[in-house]
Design a binder for this molecule. Structure first.
Ligand code: KG4
Ligand code: ZN
Length: 334
């Protein structure tokens, strides 16, 4: 009998629903929340309210797009952790109610594990073991993956996440939230070698981005004292230089992890893996180091329910179901 899963993602500010049949994602719909833009960041209470408004229509669209009826479903999956607790509660309550009403299993999914498994939605897929650089708004991790459900973090950020480094740099440049995609856009026409920002010396496989943020702040203050229009006159070069530094910090650590573990299948995942500088640089590093590299399609990089569905599929096959009394948690290890 075929396995049909409805997956729901509501960890932060996007409401997602996806339908998977036998390991293939048939539909993947997302409703973004514009309400946060004016506040310069996600407002948790507003996010929960918007999830409540969006969840029924988003699920409806995903089910219709896949051509699947509720009665055909084998299980309902949801993001259990980590995330904003109010947002997670909306998705988990919805998933639990639907699983209870249909009398089918419930599957709780770890959001960061799902980002990694976004690399398994489409071909080509990495071989095990592989390394995944998972870079999002809240996390920066190098994950060693031994099997779909066996992963461990071998390096992570000690302060800001890579997405925060992008967003906070963008804020210093006067760009709206989330600034990561805008830095990417302006960087496309800029010279990445024009300005030099420092690479932190952090031992092992861990990262740090707070020093870079401070260096950018002082650099901009100094330049603006001489030329008040410095940012406006040099935006593409500033963005390209910041992006290049963030990307080299990330990939130099991945190269260290690859050489220490001897692993040559290297994947990236998470919202920041949508960054074109990172995607291009991974390919270049891959050629230099003879890695096989894996980059998910854009729609599976930023938050989406397709990645929750593929993770739930492996959990379904492993018989790893959640109790109806399960509660989401804001923080949790794999
Ligand atoms: O994975 P994600 O969608 O949500 C979290 O789980 O955090 O990641 C969101 C992060 C934000 O910091 C956003 O600025 C960043 O990913 N991001 C980008 C790009 N697209 C999204 N950063 C740089 N370049 C991009 N193209
Ligand atoms: Zn995410």
């Amino acid at each position: 009998m075929s396995v049909k899963i409805l997956a729901i993602e509501s960890s932060c500010d996007d409401t997602g629903a996806a339908v998977l049949v036998d390991g293939k994602v048939l539909s993947n719909h997302i409703a973004n929340q514009q309400v946060h833009e004016q506040y310069g960041g996600v407002v948790p209470e507003l996010a929960s309210r918007a999830h409540q408004e969006n969840i029924v229509p988003v699920v409806d669209i995903a089910m219709k797009a896949a051509g699947i009826k509720r009665e055909e479903l084998s299980a309902i999956a949801f993001t259990q952790s980590p995330g904003l607790i109010g947002s997670l509660l909306v998705g988990s309550c919805f998933a639990k109610s639907m699983a209870m009403a249909l009398n089918i299993p419930l599957i709780g999914v770890h959001h960061m594990q799902a980002h990694v498994l976004a690399n398994f939605i489409e071909d080509p897929k990495p071989d095990f073991p592989f390394l995944c650089l998972t870079v999002s708004g809240g996390h920066t991790q190098i994950v060693l993956c031994e099997s779909p459900l066996q992963m461990r973090v071998i390096g992570e950020t000690l302060d800001d996440a890579a997405g925060e480094a992008f967003d906070k740099s963008a804020k210093l440049l006067g760009l709206p939230y989330p600034g990561g995609p805008l830095i990417d856009k302006y960087a496309a026409t800029g010279n990445p070698n024009r300005f030099k920002f420092p690479e932190p010396r952090i031992p092992g496989l861990n990262f740090s981005f707070s020093g870079l943020k401070t260096a950018i702040l002082y650099f901009l203050q100094e330049q603006q004292q001489q030329d008040p229009a410095f940012i406006a006159n040099n935006l593409p070069d500033i963005c390209a230089s910041i992006q290049q530094r963030i990307v080299t910090i990330l990939l130099n650590k991945v190269a260290k992890a690859a050489s220490e573990t001897g692993i040559r299948d290297i994947a990236i995942a998470g919202g920041v893996s949508a960054n074109s500088g990172l995607r291009n640089a991974l390919t270049v590093y891959g050629q230099q180091h003879r890695w096989r590299t894996f980059i998910p399609k854009f729609e599976y990089c930023t938050d989406n329910a397709g990645m929750i569905a593929i993770t739930a599929y492996y959990k379904y096959l492993a018989g790893d179901f959640a109790d109806l009394a399960v509660v989401p948690t804001a923080r949790a290890a794999f």
